[in-house]
Design a protein around this ligand. Sequence first.
Ligand SMILES: Nc1ncnc2c1ncn2[C@@H]1O[C@H](COP(=O)(O)OP(=O)(O)OP(=O)(O)O)[C@@H](O)[C@H]1O
Ligand SMILES: CC(C)(CO)[C@@H](O)C(=O)[O-]
Ligand code: BAL
Length: 386
Amino acid sequence: MFSPFAKTFKSSFTRITFPNARSFSSSSNLLHKRATGPVIPSTSIKVFRTISALRQWRRQQLLDHRTVGLVPTMGALHSGHASLVRLAASQTSLVVVTIYVNPTQFGVTEDLDSYPKTWDADCKILRDLDRDIAEDGANMGRIAAVFAPDTKEMYPSEGNKGPSQEIDGKGSFVTITPVGEKLEGKTRPTFFRGVATICMKLFNIVQPEKVFFGQKDVQQTVVIKKLVKDFHLNTDVIIGATQRESDGLALSSRNVYLGTRRRNVATVLSKALKVAETGYLRGKRTRDELLGPAHELAKLMLIEQFQMKPEERVNYEVDYISLADPDTMEELDVVDDTRGAILSGAVKMLPVEEPQDGEDLGAAGGPAVRLIDNIILPAAAMKAAN
Ligand SMILES: Nc1ncnc2c1ncn2[C@@H]1O[C@H](COP(=O)(O)OP(=O)(O)OP(=O)(O)O)[C@@H](O)[C@H]1O
Ligand SMILES: CC(C)(CO)[C@@H](O)C(=O)[O-]
Ligand code: BAL
């Protein structure tokens, strides 16, 4: 494990048509065809589809003493991903971005099949981003490679049927408990098993000096830190700040499912968390003092919606709003000033009622969308030594 070298990949580039969202990859076959070659056109960014090809490249970089920063993604790239790539380029010589929609982190009833796949747009984003990075003299590195394997490459023992997505499915899995069973793990019981498993594979293949993850998926960062610590993986975990729309909504690939009506209300979660954060900054420390106003805000916003006509309103369910320990994600009754806490939440935006003719319902017809977000409550500054 974590032996110095690894392999290659192939990707399927499944094309999905989104009837109501910006079109993703359907038209630009030119870039698509070119991008299946060894580099993204007009760049030096290599495209690896097999583990063996990637390992061969990685071996040379090791011999040349170049550091590698890994940014794992599921594609459908946005400015949140771009910020992680920039961060990686500021700290390592060669940035490797992985684009792989990992089936084992999706439950059997979740959106694996409709998950946005935007290969052409992703290549353009990486091309432009790499140019920007090159122009900024402060950077240490560039985007060196994209690793976009297919599922046969990543789950070699599972053949054509692919790995199990069932809760009690058999296979070679990594589990990180109890943290992976709480919060997101409660609603998505196979999620962190899938994430830990695919990240273990990616870390073994790419052998990065540093790995970069977004704060937006805060529980994922806790799981990854534990994976690295408990399996003695030789890499540093670096967390990048959550990137947001101007109204506070955290960027997320799944936001394309929202459509206009729900997009306007999707700020409910970030607003609720902000209310709790304000309480903390004003000196409140107990669970009730912090989370009470957050739940109240979410309730009031929903009441407002239900005063509207069905064809105008939006419905949502708060899955959880949590106040948890920053290392274990155990729920807290009171925040310990010396440790701070993680405020996090999940809201399910339900499909709109009475969709109107020509209404922008969002990608894939506007299914239910699970939004997650969080805010770190910092440990109080230590008093000056007395
Ligand atoms: N708004 C954001 N700010 C910073 N990092 C982000 C943001 N959104 C995603 N990331 C990070 O990008 C990496 C890849 O995430 P992923 O490809 O799943 O995108 P996503 O937008 O989180 O998608 P999804 O909608 O499926 O949750 C993860 O480390 C994730 O935390
Ligand atoms: C880390 C990750 C790329 C693993 O598939 C995914 O969970 C994500 O995009 O956050
Ligand atoms: N960013 C998290 C990936 C997922 O929800 O599957």
